[in-house]
Design a protein. Structure first.
Length: 283
C-alpha cells in the first residue's frame, strides 16, 4: 500500500509540474529515467533532452512533444536538469548546460565518481544532488542513493525524490563519503548477482545437468528468490533459514558457502576492493 501511495503522489507531483525537466544524455540510464517519468504522467511537453546522437526511439518521442536538443530560448523555466552522461565527458558536457540553469533549477548528476565538489566547481552557485542509481532501473526496480549540497531546498529535494523514484526506491545520505561504498554495493551489485546465477549454472552442469536446463534453473531461482526477498517482510537471514532443513541438502551446500573462506568473506573483500577503486576514480 505504501509503494502504491508513493507512486500516486509522484504521479500527482509530475502532473502538477509547470517547469521543464532537462535530461542531458539519453543512454541506458537516462532513457530509463525518461521512460519512468512518462509512465508517471509527466507530459512530453515538459521534457527536454540534450543528446548529440539520438536513437530512433528518442526521435519518436520528439514527435510526441519531447523537445530534442532545444535552443535555450525555446524553453521556459527549467525546474530540474538531470546529467546522465559518462563521467569522463563531464568537463565538456557541463558548460553547455549552464545557460539552461535558472535560480530555481536543481541539478541532478548520476555520473559515477563525480563529486559535489567537482560539480560545484563546474557550476558555481547551483543547487546540486549527486545520485547513484543501478541498472535494475531499466525495469523500474532499481535503487538510487542521493546526497544534496547545502543549496538544495526542501521543495527541490522533493522534486528530485519524485524524479528518481520513477525507476525504483530512493535513499538519502548526508555524508557524501559513503558514496564510494554505495557504488560498491548497489551500483556494482547487479554484476555480483549475475555472477551468482552464472556460477550456479556452471555448478549445475558440473553435477550433470544439460547446460540449457542448468541456465534456466539458475536464472529462475535467482530472479524468483529476489522477488520473494523484495515482497517479504522477513530479512534475508530468516528467509535463508526457512529454506534450510538441518542435515539436508541445503545445509550441506551452506556449510561450504558459509565457511571461513566462503561467500561472506569473498563478498566483503569484493565490496572493499570496489570501494577502494571508487575512491581512486573520484580522486
Amino acid at each position: 500500500m505504501a509503494a502504491t501511495a508513493s507512486t500516486a503522489e509522484g504521479a500527482r507531483a509530475l502532473n502538477d509540474l509547470s517547469g521543464t525537466v532537462l535530461l542531458v544524455g539519453a543512454g541506458k540510464m537516462g532513457s530509463a529515467l525518461l521512460e519512468g517519468w512518462l509512465r508517471l504522467g509527466l507530459s512530453p511537453a515538459n521534457i527536454a533532452v540534450m543528446e548529440p546522437q539520438p536513437t530512433s526511439e528518442m526521435k519518436a518521442l520528439a514527435g510526441r512533444g519531447v523537445k530534442l536538443n532545444p535552443a535555450r530560448e525555446t524553453l521556459g523555466e527549467v525546474s530540474a536538469s538531470v546529467i546522465a552522461v559518462k563521467p569522463q565527458v563531464a568537463p565538456a558536457a557541463l558548460p553547455p548546460v549552464t545557460p539552461f540553469l535558472g535560480t530555481g533549477t536543481v541539478l541532478v548528476s548520476i555520473m559515477a565518481g563525480r563529486t559535489l565538489h567537482f560539480l560545484e566547481g563546474a557550476l558555481p552557485g547551483a543547487a546540486i544532488v549527486r545520485a547513484m542509481p543501478n541498472t535494475p532501473a531499466a525495469v523500474g526496480r532499481g535503487i538510487t542513493v542521493a546526497v544534496a549540497n547545502a543549496r538544495v531546498e526542501p521543495k527541490q529535494r522533493a522534486l528530485v525524490q519524485t524524479l528518481l523514484s520513477a525507476v525504483g526506491a530512493v535513499e538519502w545520505i548526508e555524508d557524501e563519503a559513503l558514496m564510494d561504498a554505495v557504488t560498491a554495493l548497489s551500483g556494482s551489485g547487479p554484476a555480483y548477482v549475475f555472477l551468482l546465477a552464472e556460477a550456479m549454472a556452471q555448478g549445475g552442469t558440473a553435477a550433470g545437468l544439460p547446460l540449457m536446463l542448468a541456465t534456466a534453473l539458475a536464472r529462475a531461482t535467482v530472479a524468483g528468490s529476489g522477488e520473494l526477498l523484495y515482497r517479504s517482510s522477513l530479512d534475508a537471514a530468516t528467509l535463508r533459514q526457512n529454506v534450510t532443513s538441518p542435515g539436508g541438502t541445503t545445509a550441506a551446500a551452506l556449510d561450504v558457502l558459509t565457511g571461513s573462506n566462503g561467500l561472506a568473506s569473498l563478498m566483503g573483500r569484493a565490496i572493499a576492493a570496489a570501494t577502494a577503486r571508487s575512491r581512486e576514480l573520484a580522486g
